[in-house]
Design a protein around this ligand. Structure first.
Ligand code: DLL
Length: 431
């Protein structure tokens, strides 16, 4: 069991003091070693010695993904190349990837926050964890791997893909914990019988799922399919990888490891800091990272923060499940909607399997939404009239709960393409 009660249960004042000390050291290091930051500080008339409290964070400049791209690949590193032990990169569908470097100490911090994350879910040294996130420049595989080793669990480093082999290892090696994207967990769950395995041979008890948005309704579906308790883990490569925040056993928001990553919520347009409880864009300052610390990094992820003490005893601030990325917000005839909200509505209907896609088109200058939904095996044999009623009910629920007019297209079981990593839920035909 790896956790840090002094930090995870610290009084707010203690946490502020720690953050303030770390922040002023970080600003000095950025000023000394990174021309990009030094210029930004100079533009704002900030000298490193001016910053002594975390309360001053709001006066400091933001960093964006474009800043990372413009400094590709290594211009934001604060240490010489010889101190860099590992490099990860996020794929990025457009333009250059974003690169992240780690020193030994950074890797140590990373495995500690992932180990703390696993402990939060009740994972311990007797567990066997199947890591089915991708190993490679993506941070999911190696991030979970080192955290799980630190907890002392047995790791199966299977990476993504080869569903039959996944189930073979899972059952033969008695895996008790599964770490992968929620969409792949749903796929593995529905494949157990199809691939000729018996649900009794699956000994899983915990799922560590993240890397993409997923609703609480999807959680219930996966928990039922795999007979486990499923926990959300959040992170992004720029900040460190998985393990920026994680749900505890109460499953009521993810605790952010704010002794390393200071969160803020800002209004995405006015950029002003929003009070706790309000939805906005999540911003992180990584105060303890050596190789590539980030100042007020705009994640584009939308969520809210709350600081009430959690029933688990931790005082670490919590973030709500991510609504999605601001870039993924759809505007359908003037109504804003996130794919995760559509997912919540769909997953409430028992006739639908947890696989869907949203197709956005532009017709006569108006955006239209078509939802491809897969009917489960049991209901696929229904009469045409019954299927028509399901289609009608989906469209009605989407309209009444989200205020958006959508057309539903019912699909045969197993016909929507499955993903092994992050699911491709949106097909945007407008561009
Ligand atoms: O997805 C790191 C990770 C790996 C997290 C494994 C959790 C588990 P990137 O590829 O850089 O890193 O993508 C980061 O994915 O900004 C969010 O938009 C999204 N994301 C990550 N975790 C969650 C989550 C990894 N739990 C981007 N819920 C982030 C919703 C998530 N979105």
């Amino acid at each position: 069991m790896i956790w840090n009660p002094e930090r995870e249960c610290a009084e707010r004042e203690q946490m502020h003091q720690l953050q303030s000390e770390q922040l002023s050291r970080m600003i000095q290091r950025m000023y000394d070693h990174v021309p990009f930051y030094r210029n930004r500080f100079k533009e704002k008339g900030i000298e490193p010695g001016d910053i002594s409290s975390v309360e001053q964070l709001k006066e400091l400049p933001f960093t964006t993904k474009d800043d990372l791209r413009e400094n590709y690949p290594f211009a934001l590193f604060t240490v010489p190349q010889s101190d860099i032990i590992r490099i990860h990169a996020s794929s990025g569908t457009t333009g250059k990837p974003t690169v992240v470097g780690y020193t030994w100490q950074d890797l140590e911090i990373w495995s500690e926050v992932v180990a703390r994350s696993l402990t939060m879910a009740g994972v311990h040294s007797k567990d066997t964890i199947q890591v089915a996130y991708g190993y490679g420049p993506f941070t999911g595989g190696l991030g979970l791997h080192y955290g799980a080793e630190k907890v002392g669990a047995t790791v199966i480093p299977i990476s993504i893909g080869n569903t039959r082999k996944q189930l073979q290892f899972m059952t033969d090696f008695n895996a008790t914990v599964l770490a992968c994207t929620p969409s792949y967990a749903a796929y593995l769950g529905e494949s157990i019988l199809k691939e000729g395995f018996s649900p009794e041979d699956v000994k899983l008890r915990i799922g560590i799922f993240g890397a993409e948005p997923w609703s609480n309704e999807m959680r219930k579906e996966i928990e039922k399919l795999l007979r486990i308790k499923a926990y959300d883990i959040y992170g992004l490569s720029e900040v460190i990888g998985p393990g920026v925040s994680k749900e505890c056993e109460c499953q009521c928001g993810s605790h952010i490891f704010e002794d390393h990553f200071i969160p803020e919520i800002i209004h995405p347009e006015t950029l002003e800091v929003l009070p706790d409880g309000e939805i906005g864009e999540l911003v992180f300052t990584t105060v303890s990272k050596e190789a590539m610390p980030l100042l007020r990094y705009r994640t584009r992820d939308l969520t809210r923060l709350y600081r009430e003490k959690c029933a688990c005893g931790r005082t670490l601030v919590r973030m709500e499940k991510c609504l999605g990325r601001s870039d993924d917000m759809l505007i359908i005839r003037g109504v804003n909607v996130f794919p995760s909200q559509v997912e919540s509505v769909l997953m409430e209907m028992s006739e639908i399997s947890p696989h869907y896609q949203l197709i956005i088109r532009r017709e006569k200058n108006l955006d239209t939404l078509e939802i491809l939904v897969e009917i489960n095996e049991k209901n696929w044999s229904d009469s045409i009239r019954e299927l028509e009623m399901i289609k009608h009910r989906i469209e009605l629920n989407i309209k009444s709960l989200l205020g958006v007019r959508a057309t539903a297209r019912l699909m045969e079981p197993h016909s929507i393409e499955r993903s092994e990593g992050k699911a491709k839920r949106i097909i945007d035909l407008r561009k």
